[in-house]
Ligand binder design. Structure first.
Ligand SMILES: *Cc1c(COP(=O)(O)O)cnc(C)c1O
Length: 500
C-alpha cells in the first residue's frame, strides 16, 4: 500500500517519500510524517534468518513506497557495505545483564552513520525520480557526529555539495579533527561562535528564506537537509530496532510474545522516535526509555508535560546530546495531539516565541509508552568506570548516559524486561572523557596516547576512523559569527567546485 507524507503543521500538501526526502522540511515549516505507520509483513520466524541488508529492505520498502525494488536495494547495498567494520553491521553485546546495540561500526564510529551512509543514495535516487536538475546543497548544523557522518556520506557524491556548521567550542577535539580533515571537492565546513542551537536555528532560517531559495534556484542549486528531521534519516533508523529484536529472538533471549525495553541516549529525538515507529510497526517493544544528560529538557517534559527550553545550556561530556530544542519531538507531539495540526502549530509557535509549551492531560495519557530518565556528569563517569571494572566493556559517554538511566529505571520501576541499550558512539570517539572516567591518572595525557591506552585496556583494536585522522592535514579552517552563516553559504556557492 502507498504511504504518503504529510506535514505536522497541516499547511503543505502530502507528498510521496521521494519528495519528502528531497524537501527535508515541509514548506509550512512542519516535519513530514507518514500518513500511517505500516505494519511489518514478515513474522519473527522469517526475520530470524535475515541479514541486516535484507531486514533493511523489509522495513524500508513499507515506508518508501514510491521507490522501486531495484532502487531501494541499490541504495541499501551501497550504504551497508565494507564501510562498516563488521558484517553484522550492528553487533549486539551483552554486558552486566543488558544488551548493547552497537550502532557505531560505520565510517565515523557513531550511530549517525546508520542513516547518513544511505541518505545520499536515497536523495540522489529521489532527485532522479523527480527530474531535479539543480545541484543539491546539503546544509547541516551539527553537535558533532552528524557533521562528520554527513560529510563522509556525501563526499564526492555527484550532483551534491555539503556545507556543515558546528559550534566551535562545543564538540570534542576528535570530532572537530574528523570534520576539518574531511576530503572531497564538494565538502565545506565552518565553526560558528555559538552553541549547537545557534547553528541549528541559523540553518533553519536559511531553509525558510524564500528570497535565498530563489537566488539559489537561479544559480542552479537547491537546499536539502541531512539533519535528523529528514525522513530519509528516520526510516533507516527503524531498521536496527527490528534487527535487534530478530537477533534476541533468534538467540532465545526473547521468547514468543515477549517484549523488550529500549533505552536511547537522546538529543534531537530522532533515534528514539525510530524505536517508537518500530513499536508501531509491530515489533514487541515495552517501554521506550528516553535518556538525557544534564540538559534534561526531555526528562522534565516526560515528568511534567511542560517543554521548557528556558534554562542554561550546559556543556557536558556527551556533546551530541547537548540540545535544548529536540526537533524530532514535534512528530511525537503531532501524534499525541491526535494528528491535530493546528494544536501542533500553536505549541511550536509558543516554543518559538516563549521557549515553552504545555501539553494537555489527554496528550500526556498517550505518552504511556515512554519513560524519561537522566544522568549527571558524575553518574556518567561512574557508570563507565563501574561497568569497565565489572566486565571489561568500555562505554562511550553518550551510551553511558543511557546505561546509567537503565540502571536507575530498573531499580525504581521493578521492570525486569530484557533491555536493549542503543550504543550511539564508540568510546574511541570520546577517549578523553572515557579514560578520565576510568582513572583520573589519564587526565592530561595527549589524545592519541589515550587512544592507544584505551586499545590496551579494553583489548579492542583502534578503529580505522581514528587511525586515519592521526596524521591527516586540516583542510577546513573557517570560523564564522552566528549571524554570518548565510554569508558563508553564498560564498561557497559562488565559487563553484573550488575550495573556500
Ligand atoms: C546524535 C547522537 C545522539 C542523539 O541522537 P538523537 O537522534 O538526536 O536523539 C546520541 N548519541 C550520539 C553519540 C549521537 O551522535
Amino acid at each position: 500500500m502507498n504511504v504518503m507524507y504529510k506535514s505536522t503543521r497541516g499547511q503543505a500538501e502530502a507528498v510521496p517519500a521521494s519528495q519528502a526526502i528531497l524537501k527535508g522540511l515541509a514548506e509550512d515549516g512542519g516535519l513530514y510524517v507518514p500518513e500511517r505507520i505500516p505494519a511489518l509483513e514478515v513474522t519473527p520466524g522469517q526475520l530470524k534468518g535475515m541479514s541486516y541488508q535484507e531486514t533493511a529492505y523489509e522495513v524500508m520498502r513499507l515506508f518508501l513506497t514510491d521507490f522501486t525494488e531495484e532502487e531501494l536495494k541499490g541504495c541499501i547495498s551501497r550504504a551497508y557495505d565494507e564501510k562498516f567494520d563488521t558484517r553484522e553491521i550492528v553487533p549486539l553485546k551483552e554486558a552486566d545483564g543488558a544488551w548493547y546495540l552497537e550502532l557505531f561500526h560505520g565510517a565515523t564510529i557513531a550511530f549517525k552513520d546508520m542513516a547518513l551512509s544511505i541518505l545520499p543514495h536515497l536523495l540522489t535516487t529521489s532527485a532522479k525520480k523527480n527530474n531535479v536538475k539543480n545541484e543539491i546543497v546539503i546544509l547541516t548544523a551539527t553537535s558533532g557526529d552528524t557533521g562528520k557522518a554527513a560529510l563522509a556520506g556525501f563526499a564526492d557524491v555527484p550532483g551534491t555539495r555539503i556545507i556543515v556548521f558546528y559550534p566551535k567550542d562545543g564538540v570534542s577535539p576528535i570530532q572537530e579533527k574528523q570534520m576539518v580533515t574531511q576530503k572531497g571537492k564538494n565538502t565545506y565546513v565552518a565553526g560558528i561562535r555559538g552553541n549547537f542551537d545557534d547553528a541549528q536555528s541559523g540553518v533553519k532560517k536559511m531553509f525558510g528564506d524564500k528570497a535565498l531559495a530563489e537566488e539559489l534556484d537561479r544559480a542552479g542549486f537547491q537546499f536539502s537537509s541531512a539533519n535528523s528531521i529528514n525522513i530519509g534519516r528516520l526510516v533507516p533508523q527503524v531498521v536496527y530496532y527490528v534487527y535487534a529484536f530478530a537477533r534476541l529472538y533468534e538467540k532465545g533471549v526473547l521468547k514468543d510474545g515477549e517484549a523488550m525495553n529500549v533505552v536511547v541516549p537522546t538529543g534531537n529525538f530522532g533515534n528514539i522516535l525510530a524505536a517508537y515507529y518500530a513499536k508501531q510497526m509491530g515489533v514487541p517493544i515495552g517501554k521506550l526509555i528516553c535518556a538525557s544528560n544534564d540538559n534534561k529538557v526531555l526528562y522534565d517534559f516526560f515528568q511534567t508535560g511542560e517543554y521548557n527550553r528556558n534554562r542554561p545550556f550546559i556543556l557536558t561530556s556527551s556533546p551530541s546530546m547537548d540540545i535544548l530544542v529536540s526537533s524530532n519531538l514535534e512528530r511525537l507531539i503531532y501524534k499525541i495531539a491526535g494528528e491535530d495540526a493546528e494544536a501542533d502549530r500553536k505549541m511550536m509557535q509558543a516554543l518559538a516565541s516563549d521557549g515553552r509549551y504545555e501539553i494537555t492531560e489527554e496528550m500526556r495519557a498517550r505518552l504511556a509508552d515512554f519513560a524519561g530518565g537522566y544522568a549527571s556528569e558524575e553518574e556518567v563517569a561512574e557508570e563507565i568506570r563501574s561497568l569497565y571494572e565489572k566486565t571489561g566493556y568500555v562505554l562511550d559517554t553518550h551510551t553511558a548516559v543511557a546505561s546509567c538511566v537503565y540502571r536507575k529505571y530498573r531499580r525504581e520501576q521493578e521492570d525486569g524486561r530484557v533491555t536493549v541499550i542503543a550504543s550511539t558512539a564508540s568510546p574511541y570517539k570520546f577517549t578523553r572523557s572515557v579514560m578520565k572516567a576510568i582513572d583520573e591518572k589519564y587526565d592530561g595525557m595527549p589524545d592519541f596516547d589515550l587512544v592507544d591506552e584505551l586499545s590496551r585496556i579494553s583489548g579492542t583494536p583502534v578503529p580505522r576512523a581514528i587511525e586515519e585522522i592521526r596524521t591527516a592535514p586540516v583542510l577546513h579552517d573557517a570560523v564564522v559569527e552566528k549571524d554570518g552563516m548565510k554569508e558563508f553559504v553564498k560564498k561557497v556557492l559562488a565559487a563553484p567546485g573550488s575550495d573556500v
